[in-house]
Design a protein around this ligand. Structure first.
Ligand SMILES: Nc1nc2c(c(=O)[nH]1)N[C@H]1C(S)=C(S)[C@@H](COP(=O)(O)OP(=O)(O)OC[C@H]3O[C@@H](n4cnc5c(=O)[nH]c(N)nc54)[C@H](O)[C@@H]3O)O[C@H]1N2
Ligand SMILES: Nc1nc2c(c(=O)[nH]1)N[C@H]1C(S)=C(S)[C@@H](COP(=O)(O)OP(=O)(O)OC[C@H]3O[C@@H](n4cnc5c(=O)[nH]c(N)nc54)[C@H](O)[C@@H]3O)O[C@H]1N2
Ligand SMILES: [Mo]
Length: 765
């Protein structure tokens, strides 16, 4: 009998395979996987053309992550990583989702599909609509689509409209989009940043006067000590590993703090260097602290205690006294609060030994230039803002700001999430920003704060949103409490998704719904009166630079994002609106001219962004060791100790990314470094915890989360014994998002508590 292997893209979930976790990241296998994915999606010629332009000065910015490229040094001919290459393959695919696809698949069927299946159908080729009572999406002309949007927006009031943004959106689109929402009269501008690094902004702004990181790529290379906390760079920021290896080559040390022994934190085989092809690779972390989920605040308080105790024993050995006296406030209170420490409780909270913490404190004492890097392991818990402020305290004690090799480094996610915020994608705009917009455009803009993403979920569920517009992204699967969010989205009158590929948000639609297909980063953008256009991006280290796609789009019907925004605005606000939307969409230089006049740091934007490497935005802590807080100084803060303890019979569950996904876009079913393949509905837990709870490895369970007396259930997950810290477990995002109660959020920032769920398991019969 003749059989063929089924196409892996045609399944939603397979039979789980478990292998030993890897002890090093990348190597030649990474290159092989990258090329194989590219060829399968886009063919040889597009793959080669695409990959060679990634992150080159005349090419496009990799849509994979926000890690910067070198601006001083030479770039390698292939300046990308395995996962960047997968992102490109995913976007430059020649598979298409045509009107025939929508005709063949009723929405009710698509709702039951996985993100993996939906996303691997390919790029959407034409705008489609579903009207009240219809069961399928069907084609609609662009003109009719914009008319429909205009009608819905005019029929309601601005506070009942929401404009969501995903962080891949370039500066030009973002600026135009916020201008559109504000011209209508609302600051309802939630974005993926609300779910991501919002806690970082809430910790940094009041303490150091900027919401962004204070280091450059060269600082990482020159640092004496880099702490990598709550971050999995081997998968999510692979090019960061080269920087860490370079730091170690220059004599620096690296400390990793993570509940999981992630492969990329242990060792790295640079796929671009000869040494990366064979051998065990370069060591990454000198010390690995396997912390309990949520234990970082206790750790940083203990490190503060140890540094100050050392200063007391040996005055002048730790504290940068001149800096602390001249540039900071609140040191005395901080020192007092850290004087006493309950070691037993600290060990319980962190799962670490006192000796381990003392070792790291000694490394800090010895270092004259320390950087702390962090990502979501620190931003998505109830006490995240306090944890991050505690990091600032540690950096301030030793004066680690505005010095080569030192500073705070929140490692951002989406490639332009930082730029979108700079452009005004923010539900809480400052008075200065609104005043500058008004001066530029001569019309009034709203000042009242709008909804961020969790408030949007609440408003949707309460039936208080008529129009939900999504500039990229996948709100349903990215947000918490999936079933509640789904119900809320279905209560709206109109959902509009500007997208490249199908996802589950498209089928959790309002009574009327539009999917508007757009160009991606890799696509050439040349259908303008002003000729071929480029866009600009701000990376995680505040470098603003150009990005220009080169590939021929898969369909002639795609419109560029700024054009879509401009035409929505014209349809809603009328052609005689004082803002010249059309002119800006035809020539992005005009958008940049407005930005140059409205946003500080962008003066002479059009000229400076055309220079070889673009330009770096000003950062007072980094550039001049000054702090633009309300008191004109950096601020020490005092937070009470807080950590997560699971009640009896429960574990603390974090949700994370596999090596084979980009957020809600699933590239494949192979979490290679962790040895989990073919399936994603798994829970990784410490074998001793599983035994203590009476469960066996590979058992099939329902996962139940508990929050404030409410329960949520995720059905049919496989338990996998895994070397995570005791008392902790991990499951993949977005499959586990049904478990995250929407009121489980970080204090102040309101970021969902994606890394702080209390769960138990129930055996399935
Ligand atoms: N290939 C790829 N690249 C990406 C993305 C992607 O999905 N795929 N997503 C992009 C986006 S938007 C973002 S924001 C970033 C995300 O980058 P990461 O923050 O690296 O993403 P996560 O997979 O959520 O990993 C969180 C890490 O924190 C650890 N962790 C969890 N809880 C704790 C804790 O309490 N304490 C400590 N110390 N550690 C903890 C986890 O074990 C894990 O290693 O990556 C960006 N880059
Ligand atoms: N449980 C859990 N949930 C999380 C997280 C977590 O760690 N755990 N992390 C959170 C974080 S950090 C983030 S940033 C959010 C991510 O939230 P989002 O940014 O909303 O989600 P993405 O999955 O990145 O969006 C993918 C979709 O974007 C569209 N797209 C891709 N490229 C383009 C483009 O160039 N233009 C346009 N218009 N559309 C495009 C495609 O249609 C694709 O389906 O999720 C959050 N959710
Ligand atoms: Mo993110």
């Amino acid at each position: 009998m003749f059989t063929t292997t089924p196409d892996p893209h045609d399944i939603d979930e397979g039979a789980l395979e478990v292998h030993a976790p890897k002890t090093a990241a990348a190597g030649v296998k990474a290159v092989a996987v990258a090329l194989e994915r590219g060829m399968a999606q886009a063919g040889v010629a597009r793959t080669v053309r695409g990959m060679l332009r990634i992150n080159q000065r005349d090419g496009f910015d990799c849509p994979g992550c926000a890690w910067p490229e070198s601006i001083t040094g030479k770039r390698k001919p292939a300046e990308f990583c395995e996962n960047g290459a997968k992102a490109i393959a995913e976007e430059s695919t020649v598979r298409t989702v045509t009107p025939e696809f929508w005709a063949a698949h009723p929405i009710a069927e698509l709702e039951g599909r996985s993100e993996f299946w939906l996303g691997s159908r390919g790029r959407i080729t034409e705008p489609v609509v579903v009207r009240p009572g219809e069961t399928h999406y069907s084609p609609i002309s662009w003109g009719e689509a914009f008319e429909l949007i205009g009608e819905h927006l005019r029929a309601t009031t601005p506070e009942r409209c929401v404009f969501y943004t995903s962080g891949r959106t370039a500066n030009e689109t973002a600026f135009l989009y916020q201008l559109f929402a504000r011209s209508l009269g609302t600051n309802n501008l939630p974005d993926c940043s609300n779910m991501c690094h919002e806690s970082s902004g809430f910790a940094l702004n009041p303490t150091i006067g900027v919401g962004k990181g204070t280091v450059s790529l060269e600082d990482i290379h020159r640092s004496e000590l880099v702490l990598v906390v709550g971050q999995n760079p081997g998968t999510n920021h692979p090019r960061m590993l080269s920087a860490l290896v370079e730091c170690r080559k220059n004599g620096g040390k690296v400390v990793a703090v993570n509940p999981l022994p992630e492969a990329g934190l242990m060792a790295f085989k640079d796929p671009q260097a000869l040494g990366g092809i064979a051998g065990g690779g370069e060591k990454v972390a000198d010390e690995f602290l396997q912390i309990k989920v949520g234990g970082d605040l206790a750790l940083f308080q203990a490190l503060g205690h140890l540094l100050l105790a050392r200063e007391e024993r040996e005055p002048g050995s730790v504290v940068d006294r001149h800096f602390v006296e001249a540039q900071t406030a609140g040191f005395a209170e901080y020192r007092e609060a850290r004087r006493a420490l309950d070691w037993a409780e600290t060990e319980r909270a962190t799962g670490l030994s006192r000796a381990q913490m003392e070792t790291v404190a000694e490394m800090m004492v010895a270092s004259k230039a320390t950087i702390v890097c962090w990502a979501l392991g620190l931003t998505q818990q109830r006490h995240s803002v306090d944890t991050l402020k505690e990091i600032v305290n540690l950096l301030l004690v030793q004066g680690n700001f505005g010095r080569p090799g030192a500073g705070a480094c929140p490692v951002r996610g989406h490639s332009n999430v930082q730029g979108d915020r700079t452009m005004g994608i923010w539900e809480k705009p400052t008075e200065a920003f609104i005043a500058a917009l008004e001066a530029e455009f001569g019309i009034p803009f709203p000042r009242e704060h709008g909804y961020e993403s969790v408030e949007t979920q609440h408003a949707l569920e309460a039936g208080e949103v008529d129009v939900f517009v999504s500039m990229g992204g996948n709100f349903l699967s990215a947000a918490s409490d999936t079933e509640h969010t789904r119900a809320g989205l279905k209560r709206t009158g109109l959902t509009v998704h500007v997208s490249t590929k199908p996802n589950l948000s498209h089928v959790a639609h309002g009574r009327t719904s539009l999917i508007l297909p757009t160009l991606g980063r890799t696509d050439v953008d040349d259908k303008h009166a002003g000729g071929r256009q480029f866009v600009t991006i701000e990376d995680s280290m505040s470098v603003v630079h150009r990005s220009q796609g080169r590939l021929r789009p898969v369909s002639e019907h795609l419109l560029a994002e700024p054009v879509i925004v401009a035409r929505m605005a014209e349809a809603a606000l009328g052609e005689d609106h004082p803002v010249d939307w059309r002119a800006m969409a035809e020539d992005y230089d005009l958008i940049r001219d407005h930005i140059a006049r409205v946003i500080p740091g962008f003066e002479d934007y059009n000229r400076r962004v055309r220079t070889r490497d673009g330009f770096v935005l000003p950062s007072p802590p980094r550039d001049t060791r000054t702090f633009a807080t309300d008191i004109g100084k950096a601020r020490f803060t005092v937070s009470p100790l807080e950590y997560l303890t699971p009640p009896a019979g429960h574990l603390i569950l974090q949700t994370l990314r596999s090596h084979d996904q980009y957020n809600t876009t699933i590239y494949g079913l192979d979490d290679r470094y962790r040895g989990i393949s073919k399936a994603r509905k798994v829970v990784l837990a410490n074998p001793e915890d599983l035994a203590a709870l009476g469960f066996a490895d590979r058992e099939l369970v329902d996962v139940i989360s508990v929050f404030n007396g409410d329960e949520r259930r995720a059905e049919a997950f496989r338990l996998v014994g895994y070397p995570t810290a005791r008392g902790c477990a991990a499951a993949y995002y977005p499959e586990a998002n049904v478990l995250v109660h929407k009121d489980l959020v970080a204090r102040e920032s309101n970021t969902p508590g994606y890394k702080a769920l209390t769960v138990r398991f129930e055996r399935r019969q």
